[in-house]
Design a protein around this ligand. Structure first.
Ligand code: FEO
Ligand code: CA
Ligand code: CA
Ligand code: CA
Length: 601
């Protein structure tokens, strides 16, 4: 039933085989094509991409580099049209410029990198006859947000002394967004995006001697001298020694309203500051909204935010403006997981404990609500700006790099990708725990969390591991109890998404099994629960991210194709997507069934 037929597991494709090809491989009966690539025009007047003639002015009108999260906001009206919002997580200078060296980087190169970061809003249309999606240079909606675009800080820490700089004595107006990794489309049609590894852009933290300031910087991974990209040479705000608070203005969840192209995007202080992978919102049964978030660092934490106010349905201006403020007032929590098996049964071999599951209960520990701190020794502003240190005080569970944490709209359960943690069990580090049961965790796992009584605002929950990833032939893997001879190998889960039937889709980053990264689907209910099937693979050196799963097409971001040791613009190790001797270009790819049939259900 490869062509048009429906499969018993509700996933209408045959698994693709792991491979190391320099192309996107989709199942038999499927087609795929690039929607937009790095350098393709986004704004009117953008020049065609010219690798060797790139300028900052051109890049500011073109699709940025290393697109990660991808979200679709439906655009009403005739036909299949959406605003596609993409994150441009980071620049890779030695792949973007021939012969690039940090010490001789030029102002123009730095400004190209600033323009290659941020986000893109692009109108995309689907041709129903061919199934193909194309990007349009739309005058009204298309937008580029870069390292120099204006953002507004909102929520309880906006205007805090901790956020004031010489350029912005108000502590509310920030230029740019950095390292935007994953994200989510909100029920009110905006997009949330996580500022993740922002520390890498800031220089000279090593010169700071004040012990409090130093500890704050260090907890966020800031130390040492020059930054890798040397931006501090061209803008002193990237020099911590000269502008100590600028770094506090990054590490937030940002919200952009693609339907209002002149709106100023915001940074939500109520959601805390850490290496935000992303944020995903669900409307709780009582109408309040809950955002789930991961802090992607070894031994860091899972968080959630519960709004004070309720979601207003509908698309009226009044409702949308109300909803866009929901993430400014509420309570920020951090997660503590407790296993239900004796510690002696968590052997570190990956063997299941005697109750047959890595599972248990947990609680959400409040950190702050509005101007009220629940953490001794921390003001509310300090909780929001130095969330990691505040959380450290209340005993949350150290996790194996929480990436995407996303509620499944069909069952209200929350799925967390814990991508890997090769430091677990090392000397001086925490060893195996029931929620993170493998030392030297190279392949990661996926945790399923069910809030008490299915109420997403609850402060207690139960949890179990859905997948312990890796080679299904290895004893230390677990596929939801499904027959492991019938599943695809999967390693390093990163982003999660759901199809309309509630199946979980997982994209991977850094496959430690030796083949390319990819996109996988797995039922979470019924007799096929745990049966992981690989839907596509991405080219060599690329990470799969930003999956969007519609009923009849899938979008993936193909981030950093060719990013393999030894690659550079002088010796590219991928030529995807343009082929020949071309430089690799990060891109968004659509895949669909040739017969335009449903992918799920
Ligand atoms: Fe940018 Fe956590 O991946
Ligand atoms: Ca157990
Ligand atoms: Ca990620
Ligand atoms: Ca990752």
């Amino acid at each position: 039933d490869l062509g048009g037929g429906r499969r018993k597991d509700g996933l209408n494709f045959t698994a693709v085989t792991p491979n190391t090809e320099d192309r996107v491989v989709v199942p038999d009966g499927y087609d795929q094509s690039v929607v937009i690539r790095w350098g393709d025009p986004v704004l009117p007047g953008a020049p065609a991409f010219d690798f060797d003639g790139q300028t900052a002015a051109a890049q500011a009108k073109q699709f940025g580099y290393n697109n990660d999260f991808c979200g679709l906001v439906p655009l009403g009206g005739p036909g299949d049209r959406w605003l596609m919002v993409s994150n441009h997580e980071y620049s890779t200078e030695d792949a973007m410029f021939r012969g690039w060296k940090a010490d001789s980087t030029t102002r123009e190169q730095v400004e190209i990198a600033w323009a290659a970061h941020g986000m893109s809003v692009v109108l995309v249309e689907r041709d129903r006859r061919s199934g193909r999606l194309t990007a349009k240079v739309d005058r009204r909606y298309n937008r580029r947000v870069t390292v120099t675009s204006e953002f507004r800080m909102t929520g309880p820490a906006a205007g805090s002394d901790l956020l004031k700089t010489s350029a912005d004595p108000s502590g509310t107006k920030v230029l740019g967004t950095l390292n935007n990794c994953a994200g989510g489309v909100t029920p009110w049609g905006t997009v949330l995006s996580g500022e993740e590894n922002f520390n890498q852009y800031f220089a000279n933290a090593g010169t700071v001697t004040d012990p409090v300031a130093k500890a704050r910087l260090s907890r966020y991974g800031l130390s040492g001298g020059a930054s890798g990209r040397r931006w501090e040479k061209f803008d002193k705000r990237f020099d911590v020694a000269q502008e100590p608070n600028e770094v506090n203005r990054f590490g937030w969840v940002v919200e952009i309203d693609p339907l209002d192209p002149t709106s100023t995007p915001v940074k939500h202080t109520a959601l805390g500051r850490f290496k935000h992978e992303g944020a995903n919102v669900i409307i709780a049964r009582d109408g309040r909204v809950v955002a789930y978030m991961g802090d992607d660092e070894r031994f860091d934490y899972l968080y959630k935010f519960v709004s004070d106010e309720k979601y207003k349905p509908g698309n009226s201006k009044h409702a949308r403006e109300h909803n866009k403020k929901l993430l400014d007032k509420g309570t920020l929590y951090v997660a503590k997981f407790t296993g239900d098996s004796p510690a002696a049964e968590i052997t570190g071999t990956g063997a299941l404990p005697s109750d047959g599951e890595f599972d248990g209960t947990g609680e959400w520990i409040p950190l702050a609500a509005g101007n009220r701190s629940f953490v001794p020794g921390f003001t509310a502003e300090e909780v929001y700006v130095f969330t990691r240190q505040a959380a450290d005080k209340v005993g949350p569970t150290k996790m194996d790099r929480p990436e995407d944490v996303e509620p499944n709209p069909r069952n209200r359960r929350v799925y967390a990708a814990l991508t890997n943690n090769t430091d677990r069990g090392k000397a001086g580090k925490e060893g195996a725990t029931e929620p993170n049961p493998r030392p030297n965790n190279r392949h990661g796992h996926v945790l399923e969390l069910e809030e008490r009584r299915g109420d997403n605002t609850a402060t207690t929950f139960s949890w179990k591991l859905l997948l312990v990833c890796g080679d299904p032939n290895a004893a230390d893997t677990y596929f939801g109890g499904y027959d492991k001879s019938q599943v695809s190998p999967i390693s390093c889960p990163d982003n999660v998404a759901f199809d309309s039937r509630g199946n979980l889709w997982i994209s991977t980053d850094g496959n430690a099994l030796g083949s390319n990264d990819g996109l996988f689907a797995v039922p979470v209910e019924g007799k096929y629960r745990g049966r992981v099937k690989q839907f596509l693979t991405v080219p060599r050196g690329a990470e799969t991210c930003g999956p969007v799963v519609e009923d009849d097409f899938v979008l993936v971001s193909v981030q950093h194709p060719g990013e393999i040791d030894g690659t550079s613009a002088d010796t590219p190790l991928s030529h995807w997507p343009d082929g020949g001797a071309s430089q690799p270009r990060p891109a968004v790819v659509a895949a669909w069934k040739k017969d335009k049939g449903r992918i799920c259900g």
